[in-house]
Structure formats: C-alpha cells, structure tokens
Design a protein. Structure first.
Length: 477
C-alpha cells in the first residue's frame, strides 16, 4: 500500500512539471504564433502588387567638362595667372555621364517625385515604368533645401492615366511600425526590402536644410534614392534619400523624407517653380542644459527666440527675444530643427497656433501662415571686368531670397552663382557668400558694389560672411 502511495505521488510530481513546461512554452499575452499553414504563408505580396507599378526608375543624363592631363594644366601656380588657358593645356572636352535613381508617381497625370540629387544638373531625364515603358520627363520644380524634385512625364499630347500612390500622414508613424522600401538599388532592377521604423525626427544627417527624417532598417542602397517608403496599407510615408554607410552599401541605417514634407512640395509645384514656405520673422537657437536650468525647465527643449524682425509676424504678435516656443499645433518642439520642419509642412494661409513660454508665464498665439516679403528689389547682376569678382552673379538679399537660398541674414549683398573658370571661381568665391565690405567700405546693395568694382583698384580687400563665419582676405589688382 505504501508502494502504491509513493508511486502515485511521483506521478503527481511529474504531471506538475509537465504543466509548468507547457505553460512556459505558451506565448505571452497579446502574442501569437502561426497555428496553421495559411497563417505561416502571410506575405507582403498584395501590398507590393498594388504599390510597385507606381515606383519608377529615373535616368538622368548630364554633360561633364573634362581636361586632359598636361605637365602644366593642373598646376595651381599657372592657373592663378593664366586661368584655364595655361601653357601646355588643350581645350576642355565634354563627356556624357548618367546617374540612376528611383521615383514615385503621386498623381495619375504622371507627376513624379524623386530626390533632387538624382537629377541635379541633368540635361535630359528618362522615366522607366515597372512595365518597362520609357518616357521623357521634364523638371517642374527643384527644391534643394529638401532634396526633392518634381517631374512631369511627357506624353506628347497623348492622354494616359498612371498608377500612383496616396500620401500617408507621416506624423502618425510610430517607432516599430512595419515599412517597405521600393527602388532600384545598384541598377539591378526594382527591388523590395522590408523593415521597421527605427527612429523618428532624426536630425543632423546633413542631407537637407530641414533636418527631420524617418530612419528605417529596411535595406536602402545607391539607386534607391527617390524611391518609396510605404506602410502596410500601401500608402506613401516617405521618399528614400540617404544611407549612413562607410562602405557604400546598406548597414541598416537609411533615411526618408517624411510624406508630410513631400506633399507640400508637390502642392507647391502646381503654383510655380519655387517653394514658398511660412515665415515667422524670427531666429532661434537650441536650449542648452544651462539655459534650461535658468528657465526652470526639467530638461532642454523648445526653440529659444534670439532675434525678431521688425514688423514680422512674431513681432506683430508681441513675441520678444528670450521667449521660448514650446509647442506648435499641439506638437511638442524639442529644438529649432523640429520647428523648421513643422513650419515647412504647413501651407500658406493656414491658421497655426503656438504655445510660448515667457518666464513662468504661458501664452498662446495664433498666426496666419504667410510667405517672407520681398523687401528690396533683387537687382541680379553678373559682374564682369578684371576684378576678382568677375563671373559672380550678385543680388540684394531680402527675407524672400534668404529663404530660397537658406541664408542666415535677411539683408545685404549675396553671391547667387559663380561661373566655372571665372576669376570669381579661381578665387574661390561661393554661392551664398555675403559681401560685407570691399576695401574697407560697407556694401549695402548691388549698385554700390558694382560701382566700386567699375572703379578698379590696385588692391582688393574683402570681408565675407560665409555661413556665419567671417572671412577676410586681400587680392592684388
């Protein structure tokens, strides 16, 4: 009897261990494992079939000047005195080069979004659809500040309806959401990769002026630029633009321009070839730990007002230097980059609310989004003659022009472009340089600078502002 009792007890212990093992093997609450063959065959293919026809290949052709190697043709000493016509040099030759990228059709009429760097300086552009049909395309708008370009497929008067993608609300994305990247990596043909949203609001990537990207681990490689990043509903959440890589291949760190930014650029292309964005008439800086302590904040956040343009929107709303912008339309602002992104995704004429902190006081203001004003005529001039600035095109800076070119100041004389091979190019003047002084005199407008150039000089002394850095140098006349 005692034996049967011990045997029964042993069976009970074994049964308990079995129950514990079985319970440990069960998925946690909320998790599921495939429990039949149909569930194990879940696939992204229905999404891909719907999305892929709207993703295209973009071929850009450009002409590049090339000089043959000579004993003296590349010597800096000879170039300084003779320019391009140096002893032993031969005329420049032009060769045709091409680049490959991707694009997304966003309108049935054949409007294509791609990355601006894909079609930069292109002399001709060809779009190839997923069904292998080829079309010539024309540039409708280029926006270097967002690295986006809008193309229109040339139908030569024919009527055709193209497959296209709808925009998603990229602000609704969350870290961990599934996404698909579609493009033409390395020119091997249309390719689909999957991943998740790794991070949102990535800044300091160094690709565009508006530093606010979707980061994903979906494989993005050269050739994917301009391609689609879509969600599991098949909506466009971003345009792939860059990878973070030391080898040139995908390391699981890719970046996409959010769809809310893209949709604004597409809408702007209906109005012309320039993107006009809202202007607040103020400058901002990030909040450091020390500033956060002085303002009584629990952590650094917001955009600190460092300058207010007279009669600008913020000035008329009563905003002062030292005020802190902490929210826009209910969205928390961590830094000025996020404020810039939020502004860039708003349409002109929108009514937008801001939460401002002044000391311990909180204020709410509402502004109608308006473009920056053209306060002075641009008066663009190409400088000629024998001065170091010959070959540079200059203009009067205004808030409107400053926004177009990304200038930090709103007034003064700025260089818009520099002709290759010109004296201005040889002396390394750059687009965006502001001419503050010439031979000790302040330069306030283009006419004043042109008059000083026409007079000539034995010595040219310049003071420039280059992206906030002051540069001084002198050149013999």
């Amino acid at each position: 009897m005692s034996f049967l009792h011990r045997y029964t007890g042993t069976l009970r212990i074994l049964a308990a261990f079995c129950l514990i093992a079985l319970s440990a093997a069960q998925p946690a609450a909320g998790q599921r494992v495939p429990d039949n063959q149909a569930q194990m065959r879940f696939s992204f293919s229905p999404i891909v079939k719907r999305v892929a026809p709207a993703v295209v290949n973009v071929y850009a052709t450009r002409m590049v000047s090339q000089r043959p190697q000579t004993p003296f043709g590349n010597d800096p000493f000879f170039r300084r005195f003779f320019g391009d016509q140096v002893p032993g040099s031969r005329p420049q030759r032009s060769r045709q080069t091409s680049s490959l990228g991707s694009g997304v059709i966003v309108d049935p009429s054949g409007i294509v979004v791609t990355a601006n760097h894909v079609i930069q300086d292109a002399s001709s552009i060809k779009v190839v659809l997923a069904d292998k049909r080829e079309f010539e395309a024309e540039i409708v708008l280029k926006d270097e500040r967002t690295d986006l370009a809008i193309l229109r497929i040339n139908l030569d008067g024919r009527r055709e309806t193209f497959p296209y993608l709808d925009f998603a609300d990229s602000d609704a994305l969350e870290v961990g959401d599934l996404v698909l990247a579609i493009g033409n990596p390395f020119g091997v043909g249309q390719t689909v990769t999957s991943g998740i949203v790794s991070a949102l609001a990535r800044t300091r990537v160094g690709v565009t002026d508006y530093q606010f990207f979707i980061q994903t681990d979906a494989a993005i490689n050269p050739g994917n630029s301009g391609g689609a990043l879509v969600d599991t509903r098949g909506f466009l959440v971003g345009i792939n633009t860059a990878i973070f890589s030391r080898s040139g291949g995908s390391n699981g760190v890719g970046f996409a321009i959010p769809a809310n930014m893209v949709s604004v650029v597409v809408a702007a292309s209906d109005m012309g070839d320039i993107v006009q964005r809202p202007w607040l008439g103020a400058t901002f800086q990030p909040v450091s730990s020390d500033i956060a302590d002085s303002l009584g904040l629990d952590r650094p956040r917001g955009a600190l007002v460092t300058g207010v343009e007279k009669n600008g929107p913020f000035d008329l709303a009563g905003i002062r230097v030292g005020d802190l912008v902490v929210r826009m339309e209910g969205n928390r602002l961590d830094d000025p980059d996020e404020l810039g992104y939020r502004l860039a995704t708003r349409q002109l004429g929108d009514e937008v609310s801001f939460l401002i902190r002044r000391g311990k006081k909180r204020m709410r203001i509402s502004l109608t989004m308006q473009p920056p004003p053209e306060t002075v005529p641009r008066d663009e001039q190409l400088l000629t003659g024998r001065s170091p600035l010959a070959g540079a095109t200059i203009a009067n800076l205004s808030p409107a022009l400053a926004q177009e070119i990304g200038a930090l100041k709103n007034s003064g004389v700025v260089i818009l472009s520099v002709e290759p091979g010109s004296p201005a190019a040889r002396y390394r003047f750059r687009p965006g340089d502001m001419i503050l002084e010439l031979n000790g005199r302040d330069m306030d407008d283009t006419k004043q600078l042109a008059r000083r150039i026409d007079r000539g000089s034995q010595m040219w002394r310049f003071k420039l502002d280059r992206a906030g850095r002051i540069i001084r140098f002198a050149v013999g006349g």
